[in-house]
Design a protein around this ligand. Structure first.
Ligand code: GDP
Length: 182
């Protein structure tokens, strides 16, 4: 089955987003303690695709050794990734592009992994600011390594924003995927 990988800095809201998408509150553990999602989890959704929960990166307070271990999990996954169709890189909508996220997106680009950006925690900002932040973020990206702005989604797990858009998008890619692999 096709896989979609979700990844981002620790505390970006990945577990909450996954819970929103899967509607199974008990599966991905959210907590105020960053860096808690350590292993790769697969969630089967609608019986026809896997949501892949990758370890969060960039948490300053984990040891160097743990960082290396996380990194290895992540790179091992992307190097194998037989079923991976696309990745979703989560970023907090309040922040401008961070080096660690840019580096990660460059890594994906360099390995020909298609990806979209998922802005998280949109409930924390007013709509006008959201629009401005998104535009700035994409502008900064395209001023750097990217010729074209990646596809993007604005989400809030606490206000249930962006869920349908993401799921519909994935369904559309899946339709194509199943046509091609028939
Ligand atoms: P992870 O480390 O990326 O899995 O992040 P979590 O999902 O555990 O969330 C980290 C913190 O951000 C928690 O305190 C969440 O309650 C909070 N959070 C996550 N998503 C949202 C959101 O959409 N809106 C708001 N206001 N807070 C959120």
């Amino acid at each position: 089955l096709p896989e979609y990988a979700f990844i981002g800095r620790s505390n970006v809201g990945k577990s909450s987003l996954i819970n929103m998408l899967t509607e199974r509150k008990s599966l991905a553990k959210t907590s105020g303690r960053p860096g808690k999602t350590q292993l790769i989890n697969h969630f089967k959704i609608n019986g026809n695709w896997f949501l892949v929960d990758l370890p969060g990166y960039g948490y300053a307070r984990v040891s160097k050794r743990d960082k290396k271990t996380f990194q290895k999990y992540i790179t091992d996954y992307f190097l194998k990734r037989e079923q991976l169709v696309s990745a979703f890189v989560l970023v907090d909508i309040r922040h401008s592009p961070q080096n660690i996220d840019m580096e990660f997106m460059e890594y994906l680009g360099g390995n020909m992994v298609p990806f979209s950006i998922v802005f998280t925690k949109a409930d924390k900002l007013k709509p006008a600011i959201i629009e401005k932040n998104v535009a700035n973020y994409l502008k900064e990206l395209t001023a750097g390594a990217w010729e074209e702005a990646p596809n993007h989604f604005v989400t809030s797990s606490s206000k249930n924003i962006g869920r349908d858009e993401l799921l519909i998008y994935i369904d559309e890619i899946n339709e194509q995927y199943f046509k091609e692999t028939k």
